[in-house]
Write a protein that binds this ligand. Structure first.
Ligand SMILES: [Zn+2]
Length: 277
């Protein structure tokens, strides 16, 4: 990490999830946890450990979009109010980013440095959770980076046709309350913006679809998981910029539009129910 850069990277998601849940970090994790999130958990939970985590990972919803359409992100912050400014991973390609986000390690350690989707050989947050006896589910669009690079672990994989099916599956998994960590991935905004440009109406509709799904998931998180100390995070991988030579959207450069983003966290205590007499 560059000490001159005050923003931590998205690799800090892994040690933060581990810190919240009392799980030892993966062997290759070198990123520090996000102090504002751990502080928030201390205030909200008074020393209790988080028992359920829901990570929603929408592709390419970075600060460039938030600057243009703050209204969209107000809806995110309404359910996950702790906004943490972060940097993506250079080069900001989806598999490079998610490999770091879920190992706590940089590309030099996890080995994915370009747009390629090998199965990761290093330790991940999912392995760490499995070793601690926690149950993990990944719900992603079939053949997306997240669907491919974390295979071969002791977790439940759900490969879905597209974002709406991801949302439905994730909602049913939250309702079933059988997993301790659920990751759900959406890709419509990234898919569309590459063709239309980052702020074209069709791309914005994709972003809005994902944010609506996130608010639906947050509602399920609060009802089905009400009795658990729980954490919710809106965790995009990178941003995007307009490629003026094509008119489409692009990313993969070290420019701020591609690298700067925010994650939105919430940590909530169990809802108290009257004890039976
Ligand atoms: Zn992309």
């Amino acid at each position: 990490m560059n000490p001159a850069d005050p923003r931590p990277t998205i690799a800090s998601v892994t040690p933060t999830l581990c810190g919240l849940c009392g799980v030892p970090v993966p062997f290759d994790c070198s990123a520090p946890p996000l102090a504002p999130v751990l502080d928030c958990a201390r205030d909200a939970l008074g020393g209790q450990t988080v028992r359920r985590c829901l990570v929603f990972a929408p592709d390419a919803l970075g600060n460039q979009l938030r600057a243009a359409r703050p209204d969209l992100f107000e809806r995110v912050a309404a359910v996950a109010p702790l906004a943490v400014p972060l940097r993506s991973i250079d080069p900001p390609w989806t598999p490079v980013c998610f490999a770091s986000m879920f190992t706590g390690a940089g590309p030099e350690r996890h080995g994915i440095r370009k747009y390629e989707k090998p199965v990761l050989s290093i330790d991940t947050v999912f392995d760490a959770f499995a070793r601690a006896g926690r149950r993990v589910a990944i719900v992603a669009v079939q053949d997306s980076s997240i669907d491919r690079i974390f295979r071969g672990r002791a977790l439940d994989y759900f490969s879905e046709k597209y974002d709406p099916w991801v949302t439905e599956k994730a909602l049913s998994l939250v309702a079933a309350d059988r997993h301790d960590l659920i990751v759900a991935y959406h890709q419509e905004y990234d898919d569309v913006m590459h063709a239309t440009g980052p702020l074209a109406p069709r791309a914005l509709r994709g972003a809005r679809n994902s944010i609506e799904a996130f608010t639906d998931l947050a509602a399920a998180f609060d009802s089905a998981w009400a009795r658990h100390p729980r954490a919710l995070v809106f965790a995009p991988d990178h941003g995007a910029h307009l490629d003026s030579s094509t008119g489409g959207g692009a990313h993969g450069t070290a420019a701020a539009a591609d690298m700067d983003l925010e994650h939105f966290w919430a940590v909530r205590p169990p809802v108290r129910t009257p004890s039976p007499s």
